[in-house]
Structure formats: structure tokens, C-alpha cells
Design a binder for this molecule. Structure first.
Ligand code: NAD
Length: 280
């Protein structure tokens, strides 16, 4: 089998079309998204550029603020607090990575839950256990959207999520549980990863290790969502799956780049519109 590519750019564009309508339903007042970066990081620069582009397309006024790399946690928290208190700001995002000495958890917890458009405040993360939250973590929601775009019936389908981080692996597992998929979470302590991935109808890989999953670890026709972003040997960006061997076995596969990434940005815009009061 040669896998059908799940093109994240195409899916993101169609999601943005729906978001434009939702944006219009909010009227003429600006919908403001404030992004804060401490220092300057080349990886963050790419994300910010993509976010700014998507925001402009949808009609969200995104403002990107740079704090100097010398800014400590107190200065960053003060900048967040100022936006929390500003009625016109719908959403706040803090770009990663943060410089050493700033605790990402304290920062995420400082953003008002209703403005936490990355969906990483403990209140938003916790509400996933009860139901699909209004502001889910963007990457987890993107993986969910890509899986649903295949038309697969998730009820009873075997899903294996590889990676158990708070912002990606665990929320993906719980979101898919809401669809009544039978979900297994594998991680650094899993004894034989291939024993699990080989029986899965859907495999989501979110680890950060290039080439971790090979075609011989998969069932023929499986849906494979590659969340990983790694620097390949030649400097190119690659995912966590070995593209050549996996695309020969999988039924559907997300490319890297151009898979989960663009849909993640679309989910950030969706969360911003939801935070501004849109039903979308
Ligand atoms: P993380 O470092 O927080 O977590 C890595 C996870 O991988 C852990 O749960 C660990 O248990 C697991 N793991 C490590 N080695 C393993 C092994 N040999 N077998 C099985 N599991 C193993 O990483 P993260 O923040 O969850 O990010 C994971 C990847 O996803 C990274 O490459 C990151 O850059 C990427 N990412 C992509 C997007 C996107 O929008 N596309 C967003 C966030 C993260």
C-alpha cells in the first residue's frame, strides 16, 4: 500500500474558511490575540510567522510582543497580567522555548483560563477529562481533526498514542477516548513498542525522535499521525516516523512538514475566536 497523504495545509485552509464566517459573526470590533516572546528564537520565528499569516487570513488582529532575553519570569508574568486585565484582548499566547530560569508551567497557569488559547492552563487541561473542552490544546485538537478528516469510525477503533506529554500525548489520548476509541498510551517506559503499534488502526506519534516508528511496526492500512518535529541529518525538518517505510504500509499518513503543524495553527485561531465568544 502507498499511503494517502493527509495534507495539513489543505485541511487548515478549509478550517480557516469556516473560521472566517465565525469571525464575521462577531461583528466589526477587533478580535485581538497577543503573542509574547522572550528573546528571539529561530524555531519560534517560523511558528510566529505562520500564526501571523493565519490570523490575518481569518481576520484576527494578532500582535507579537518581544521582551528582551534578560526579562525574567516576573516581567513576563506582569506582561501577561496586563493582557489578562485588558477587556479587548481575547487570547494570549506565550511562545516557546522560554529562556532558562522561566518556568513554563507558572507562565501557563498565569494566563486567564478564558484567554488561554493554547489550551494549556490546568483548568482547560483538566476539563478534558469531563468533556471536549472549549479551549483544547491546539496540537491535540489538530491530531483529532486530521484523524476525523479520514472519515474513520473511531468507535471501537484501536488507537496507540506514542508519547505521554501533558500538552500532546495525554490530551490526544483523552480526546480520542471521547470518541470511544480503545486507546493505549505508549511512552519511554513501554517495553516493546512494536507489539502495541502493530495492532493499531490509528497511530499517533509525538515523541521527538526521528525515525522512531518504521513501517514494519505497523498494521497494513493504519492511519498514522506524525506530530514530531526534528532536525534531520541534512538540516531538513523531519517527523518521528520513517517516511519511506511507513508510507509503504500505512493507509493515511501526515507529512512533516505540512501535516499536524498547519492544523495546529488553525486550532489556535479557532480557540481565539471561541475565546472571543464565537460558536465554532
Ligand atoms: P516531550 O519531550 O514532552 O515528550 C516526549 C514523549 O515521548 C514522552 O512522553 C516520552 O515518554 C516519550 N518517549 C521518549 N522516548 C520514547 C521511546 N523511545 N518510545 C516511546 N516513547 C518515548 O515532547 P512533546 O512536547 O510531547 O513533543 C513531542 C514532539 O512533538 C516533539 O518533536 C515536538 O517538537 C513535537 N511537537 C509538534 C507540534 C506541532 O504542532 N506539530 C506541537 C508540539 C510538539
Amino acid at each position: 500500500m502507498t499511503a494517502q497523504l493527509l495534507d495539513g495545509r489543505v485541511l487548515a485552509k478549509s478550517i480557516r474558511e469556516d473560521l472566517k464566517k465565525a469571525r464575521q459573526s462577531l461583528g466589526d470590533a477587533p478580535v485581538r490575540l497577543v503573542s509574547i516572546e522572550v528573546g528571539q528564537n529561530p524555531a519560534a520565528a517560523v511558528y510566529v510567522r505562520n500564526q501571523l499569516r493565519a490570523a490575518e487570513d481569518v481576520g484576527i488582529a494578532m500582535e507579537h510582543i518581544h521582551l528582551p532575553v534578560s526579562a525574567g519570569e516576573a516581567e513576563l508574568l506582569a506582561a501577561i497580567e496586563e493582557r489578562n486585565a485588558h477587556a479587548e484582548v481575547a487570547g494570549v499566547i506565550v511562545q516557546r522555548p522560554l529562556p532558562p530560569g522561566i518556568d513554563p508551567r507558572s507562565v501557563q497557569s498565569a494566563i486567564a483560563p478564558g484567554k488561554d488559547v493554547e489550551g494549556m492552563h490546568p483548568e482547560n487541561l483538566g476539563s478534558i477529562l469531563y468533556r471536549e473542552p472549549a479551549l483544547p490544546p491546539c496540537t491535540a485538537a489538530a491530531a483529532q481533526q486530521l484523524i476525523l478528516s479520514t472519515g474513520v469510525d473511531l468507535r471501537g477503533a484501536e488507537t496507540v498514542v506514542v508519547g505521554h506529554s501533558e500538552i500532546v500525548g495525554k490530551p490526544i489520548a483523552v480526546l480520542l477516548l471521547h470518541h470511544l476509541s480503545t486507546v493505549t498510551v505508549c511512552h519511554v517506559g513501554t517495553r516493546n513498542l512494536a507489539d502495541h503499534t502493530r495492532r493499531a488502526d490509528i497511530v499517533v506519534v509525538a515523541v521527538g525522535k526521528a525515525g522512531l516508528v518504521h513501517g514494519d511496526m505497523l498494521k497494513e492500512g493504519a492511519i498514522v499521525i506524525d506530530v514530531g518535529i526534528n532536525q534531520g541529518a541534512d538540516g531538513k525538518i523531519v517527523g518521528d516516523v520513517d517516511f519511506d517505510s511507513v508510507s509503504a504500509v500505512a493507509g493515511h499518513l501526515t507529512p512533516v512538514p505540512g501535516g499536524v503543524g498547519p492544523v495546529t495553527v488553525a486550532m489556535l485561531m479557532r480557540n481565539t475566536l471561541r475565546a472571543a465568544g464565537a460558536s465554532v
